[in-house]
Write a new protein. Structure first.
Length: 212
């Protein structure tokens, strides 16, 4: 089961995934409203905290969730330099962010994350940040992409560590997934790989990433 909680003042999507038995859960990108996220996983055995990348609006409640549940935090360590970077003056206060710990587990291309009878594959997708990753459930046909890809758009590359050329390569990698794959984005509505291949101007070539 997929539960998306849109949290905080910039409407970031925290994703709670439960396994097929509906007993075990992972929490992806807990960016704000920690108490609400905890309530969203009541009755489940939480296994991991996962982050698609290190921006504060995606990791602002990692410290809180970890303190409450005592479970490992997993992120690509290339983004460790971002977890204490406010990006904008007052961003931490606006989000009600907690200090984010260093990841317990360094996520890399090809890693698998198992929770109950479900499994996620880690796909490295740098560009929005150096350590951006996506979480792909091949059996159930969905991918959690953070800010790498949005419905009709892509993540910005003008923040620390952003790289438009790398993001373009990451988008090409994602478009190799089956067209029917459901895409759960870091902000905004869900989409599918097929829909983005047909209509996303950054993928079709109508817009240039180096001008974004």
């Amino acid at each position: 089961m997929i539960k998306v909680l849109t949290v905080g003042p910039i409407e970031e999507n925290t994703v709670i995934l439960t396994d097929k038995s509906n007993k075990f859960a992972v929490v992806i990108d807990p960016g704000a409203e920690g108490e609400r996220i905890i309530k969203g996983i009541e009755g489940l055995e939480s296994v991991f905290i996962l982050a698609t990348h290190g921006h504060l609006d995606h990791v602002g409640q990692v410290g809180f969730i970890k303190e409450k549940l005592n479970i490992p935090f997993c992120m690509n360590k290339k983004d460790s330099f971002l977890i204490s970077n406010e990006l904008f003056t007052g961003f931490s206060t606006m989000l009600g962010a907690y200090p984010c710990p260093e990841p317990d587990i360094d996520l890399k291309e090809g890693d698998t994350i198992e929770f109950g009878d479900s499994r996620l594959e880690v796909i490295e997708t740098p560009g929005h940040t150096p350590g951006s990753v996506c979480f792909y459930n091949r059996d159930e046909g969905y991918v959690v992409v953070g800010d790498t890809l949005f419905k009709g758009s892509v993540g910005r590359t003008d923040l620390p560590g952003g790289d438009p050329d790398l993001l373009m390569e990451s988008l090409k990698k994602l478009t190799k997934l089956p067209d029917e794959t459901v895409v759960i984005c870091g902000h905004g509505p869900k989409t599918t790989i097929g829909e983005e291949k047909r209509s996303n101007p950054f993928i079709t070539g109508r817009f240039r990433l180096d001008l974004w």
